[in-house]
Design a protein around this ligand. Sequence first.
Ligand code: PMV
Length: 348
Amino acid sequence: SLKNTGKVRWKSPSNIALVKYWGKKKNQVPANPSLSFTLDVCATDTTISYHKLDKRTTGFSFDLLFEGKLKSDFRPKIETFFNRIDSYLPFLRVYHFKIETSNSFPHSSGIASSASGMSALALCLMSMERELVSEMDTKFFNKKASFLARLGSGSACRSIEGPLVQWGNHSTIEGSSDFYGIEYPYKIHEIFRNFQDTILLVDEGQKQISSSVGHDLMHGHPFAEQRFGQGHSHLSDFRSILADGNLDKFIKIVESEALTLHAMMMTSHPYFILMKPNTLEIINRIWSFRETSKAKVCFTLDAGANVHVLYPEQEKETVYEFIKNELLHFCKDEKHICDRTGLGSKNL
Ligand code: PMV
């Protein structure tokens, strides 16, 4: 018989893609493989307190508190998620869940919270499975947590471990899967184990398009096949770059991936421009600074206007000085987050 009550808690980070996931098939299967840095500071902290119901429910029984307040607008997302994972977690309809969740970053910052939020939730549910149903080793636990997180939000499957996670079938990456993320299985040069990511909050508004709308735009997109092929070859290129710590090549691919992501949005039907004038100002300043200083700094973008400035730990002082002097005035109230690569989720 199942336990009556219990409580589980996880903190799970966000991640930033180096090779972008943009376009998907049925059941959250990515159209091309992706690779990301797991972040450290940007994270979601989620607690689930559960108690057993008298009988199985037809729907799902849960309350959702976001930063201490009941939040009804997140309910449909969780309903959809529960429906997708129902067949993998037999206890879902036997419990009432009180889900309390909070983010380390401002909600309206335009920073995607779906990766950290959905991975934290998936991890809590896996802890329940371990307590209620069966013991399992960490390897299996993480794999299934990533599998479930993917069904909440694709990129969430890359937030369980760190500092580098790969997701999606790729012919030369052993163990790669469309169904879950894996820790990048080949040599990673020390320089990529402590990389800095200063996130510049250019636009605090909500994203103009949701990522599910964005992924859909890749169906019938005139450049879809070329783009998916490019994702595959960029991932192949990363093998030696990551092993050797070749920052010049790293920069070329990372920036190209960011611009291609936005190029896909600009060339779809309907089309979107998610960059703001200040996004371009920042990119141009980064390029001039790199030219004159020879610092190994580059940018990447999500599906929005904010800029992630990436640089190695050794260059922290000079690059951050540059960011403060030349970039912060392009941000809303100089808002930014100093993040870095992290090792993944934590059980609290
Ligand atoms: O996980 P989703 O469905 O929100 O998609 C995320 C897409 C990008 O952030 C733009 C790219 C990526 O690989 O994270």
